[in-house]
Design a protein around this ligand. Structure first.
Ligand code: FE2
Length: 295
């Protein structure tokens, strides 16, 4: 199924996660906490909306320190995971950086079943101390980023609608787990996430926060790097989408310059036409680490 040409691709939380102005607004109507746009693939599916609400409700009831509740996925949704996995496996083989592939092996997902956050956490926490905690979907970018400082990744638990297995208009559990969960099982990538959180905590001006969010976008979400003669992905938005990894080949690659990245505008609803490419994993790690520490 070729969805690439017809629909925009994976969006992401820093910019695209729906934001409630008032913190209470998100839960003011508990029966309809997931408000899907009429264009959303699941909009007309009453059962899907009901399940989304159930899953969101789990997150609303969740208190830090609680055991993470199991999301009730259906057989159809496990099939979505299977379909995605069949597309991702060869794409990872070809386009993922070595650091990511090593983490992926450590997490050893079942290709037939959506993993529960609780299982993923056990492994990720043992490696980097990071844990994924469920959110209903309504979170301010600052809240999302600041939580990283405490080793907490706020994470949606629902999966995209089964009618479009290779497309989602919002971050879902596939992006969260296959993208972020795996990279947080790398000590060095987890450290960079933590440093982003700490830098955001020291940031008060909105303009500065916007710049940091763009650096996050062009590194943690859409970063590329050189490995031998090849260009490989370490960004979660690339690594959780076979379509994005394929399109990476056609993107304009600029040498990693974090000042330039902080000023580079982007459109999260399309394939990324411009990516910043570090000369190597070590080069990216050292440059970004230094930048965030001295922010
Ligand atoms: Fe993301």
């Amino acid at each position: 199924m070729d969805v690439k040409t017809k629909q925009p691709l994976l969006s992401d939380h820093v910019d695209m996660r729906p934001v409630a102005v008032d913190a209470d607004e998100a839960i003011s109507d508990r029966n309809a906490i997931v408000q899907l746009d009429p264009d959303h693939p699941g909009f007309r599916d009453r059962e899907y909306r009901k399940r989304r609400n159930q899953i969101a409700q789990l997150a609303v009831n969740f208190q830090p320190g609680d055991q993470i509740p199991e999301a009730p996925y259906t057989a159809e949704e496990h099939q979505v995971w299977r379909t995605i996995w069949a597309a991702l496996e060869p794409a990872h083989e070809q386009h993922a950086c070595a650091e990511y592939l090593a983490s992926l092996r450590r997490l050893s997902f079942d290709p037939d079943r959506i993993p529960q956050l609780r299982e993923v956490n056990k492994k990720v926490q043992a490696i980097s101390g990071f844990r994924l905690e469920p959110v209903a979907g309504l979170v301010q970018p600052r809240v999302f980023l600041e939580n990283l400082a405490n080793g907490v990744f706020l994470c949606t638990q629902y999966i995209r609608h089964h009618s479009t297995p290779l497309y989602t208009p919002e971050p879902d559990v596939v992006h969260e787990i296959v993208g972020h969960g795996v990279t947080l099982a790398s000590e060095r990538l987890a450290e960079l996430n933590r440093l982003f959180g700490e830098a955001v905590k020291r940031t008060t001006a909105q303009d500065a926060l916007d710049r940091l969010s763009r650096v996050y976008w062009f590194t943690i979400e859409f970063g590329a790097l050189g490995e031998g003669e090849s260009v490989k992905a370490y960004g979660t938005g690339l690594l959780s989408s076979a379509g994005e990894m394929e399109e990476m080949r056609g993107a304009e690659l600029r040498p990693l310059d974090l000042e330039a990245a902080s000023r580079q505008q982007y459109d999260p609803t399309h394939f990324q036409p411009v990516l910043f490419c570090a000369e190597s994993f070590d080069g990216m790690y050292n440059k970004l680490r230094e930048y965030l520490i001295s922010w």
